[in-house]
Write a protein of this length. Structure first.
Length: 255
């Protein structure tokens, strides 16, 4: 299906201003969207996965370098087994169907989180996607999978403690840069913008350290992820472009 002509106008407008290097997205509301339409929750997740293709296309078009999506949290294991199984199977289906297109588009897949505990089929598919796209650099797609922000920090502190024990790191040399280098996002810029669909006003344990100074854009409560289209994405970025990022300082230093 061809894009609405309005999309091309919005893309031009966005590209003419400051484009964020890194956008992170909490893809919320798949289950509520499915319930609203009389579907099983699994249908909502399937529609949600399809939105990733649109996201990558428009991100490349406007020059975003990093996209991070919250696919499965450490807390999501507590959901009904049927729903968890659906999500695990969707990972495999999406990679098998889209990985060639993702590579052709110049995107590289990274995983934030401990994916070693995923079912074997899902784990193997994820590792294949990482290896298959490893030489790409035009767009980095970070998939937060079995990810929790607090767990990430615990992992970072353990890694630093081990390096201190082995004499590779002096405790007096630890600063914010050192911590960043031990996170899953090591070597990447922090998110400029965090988008959350479905109107919830919280980060839900998503990139808490990296998002300390990120701009937040929260959709209305009735805009669920399966309905979040290219135009919604571009308008969220346009809203970001209107803001003045001060990182704790003052816009007018004479004040």
């Amino acid at each position: 299906m061809a894009d609405n002509p309005n999309i091309h106008t919005l893309i031009s407008l966005v590209k003419s201003k400051n484009v964020p290097k890194h956008v992170a997205i909490i893809m919320d509301g798949n289950g509520r969207w499915a319930k609203m339409h009389g579907f099983a929750r699994s249908v909502g997740h399937r529609y949600g996965v399809e939105k990733l293709k649109e996201l990558l296309t428009v991100s490349k078009a406007i020059g975003i370098q990093y996209i991070t999506v919250y696919a499965f949290s450490t807390e999501n294991w507590s959901r009904p087994k049927e729903e968890v199984d659906t999500l695990m199977n969707l990972i495999v289906e999406f990679i098998n169907r889209e990985i060639d297109n993702i590579k052709k588009e110049g995107a590289r897949i990274h995983v934030l989180g401990d994916y070693s505990v995923l079912p074997e089929k899902s784990r193997n598919a994820v590792q294949y996607a990482i290896d298959y796209t490893a030489e790409n650099s035009e767009l980095h797609l970070n998939v937060a999978l079995n990810y929790g922000g607090r767990a990430e920090l615990v992992r970072a502190f353990k890694l630093m403690a081990e390096e201190i024990q082995n004499g590779k790191l002096d405790i007096n040399d630890i600063d914010e840069k050192t911590i960043s280098e031990h996170l899953y996002t090591a070597g990447m810029p922090d998110p400029d913008l965090v988008i959350r669909t479905a109107g919830e006003l919280r980060l839900s344990n998503f990139l808490p350290y990296q998002s300390a100074y990120s701009e937040l854009w929260i959709s209305p409560k009735d805009l669920y992820w399966p309905d979040f289209n290219k135009e919604c994405f571009l308008r969220a970025i346009m809203e970001y472009q209107k803001r003045e990022r001060r990182f704790g300082g003052l816009a007018n230093k004479n004040i």
